[in-house]
Design a protein around this ligand. Sequence first.
Ligand SMILES: [Zn+2]
Length: 338
Amino acid sequence: MIIIRVHEIEADRPSASPNTPARRHWAARRGRAGRTGPGKPRALRALRALRALTAVAVAAALAALSACGAPASSKTGASGGQAGPKVMASFYPLQWLTQRIAGDGITVASLTPKGGEPHDSELELSQVSALGEADLLVTLGGFQAAVDDAVSSNPPAAVLDAGPLVGLEDEDPHFWLDPTRLALLAEPIAAALAEADPSGADGYDSRAEAVSADLAALDQEIAAGLGDYGGAVLVTTHAAFNYFAQRYGLEAMSISGVDPEAEPSPARIAEVSRQLGQLPVKTVYFEDQASPKTAEVLADRLGLATAVLSPLENDNSGDYLEVMRANLEALRTGLVAP
Ligand SMILES: [Zn+2]
């Protein structure tokens, strides 16, 4: 396996600050929860692998390219028999971005089942097998234990880990809800695609520029749309909107934790009710793919409305840009401007 050295690719981008201590903390906490096993040894192994591979990575990548230049055997691979590199992404926003940059000639497969929820997704054996045949996986290490395990057991030719590029904070994976953080991945993805398929490099670069421009326009639209809502309190069931709130000057407050399946305790509901009673809030937001029950309980108790806000975690949500604009409209309707 060749690990693409994302720190090098990003070395000249001051806005992408690797957040290594937080990542270690996150891995360690997940390890304690027993879902991934001890995080630290894995991180150390990855570090050692990185060091060991530095000198040979480029040469090996070039050697591998001559082997995967022939599309003949790609029938059962990640991208359904097309010519060109086999590219996978671990869940929807990464798949959306990678697909935009890869272009129409390449189908970027997602490792999260259609409509599935990435926090606790399991992989099919066929996906693990396809992963081993892939030329590139774009993923968020530490977010999906099943994907991390599959990368260890059946590694693709190259892995691009978004985590060090997007400035993850604490143990919160939901960076993609800030379009400017998602845009930080465009150039590295184009570079990784070009490494797997040098003949397509110009196309990858120009499409990376195009999608970056789309994300910048979206960012400006949201900033303008929420311009009157600075300091407004955004109440969601699932703690997915911290990066979004940080970017657009909202105060995010969540009822459950980071895991959308987690049910808050009655004590937590009571505590949130007390807090919300003191705040200028008229809407409790719940996510599109989860049960509205928690939001409805709280909204009933306090006489508030409920509305959907998509965390864009799966491909049933719709196109990333469209869903972000729908979220903006839902916020303009449901937030209280201070
Ligand atoms: Zn989430």
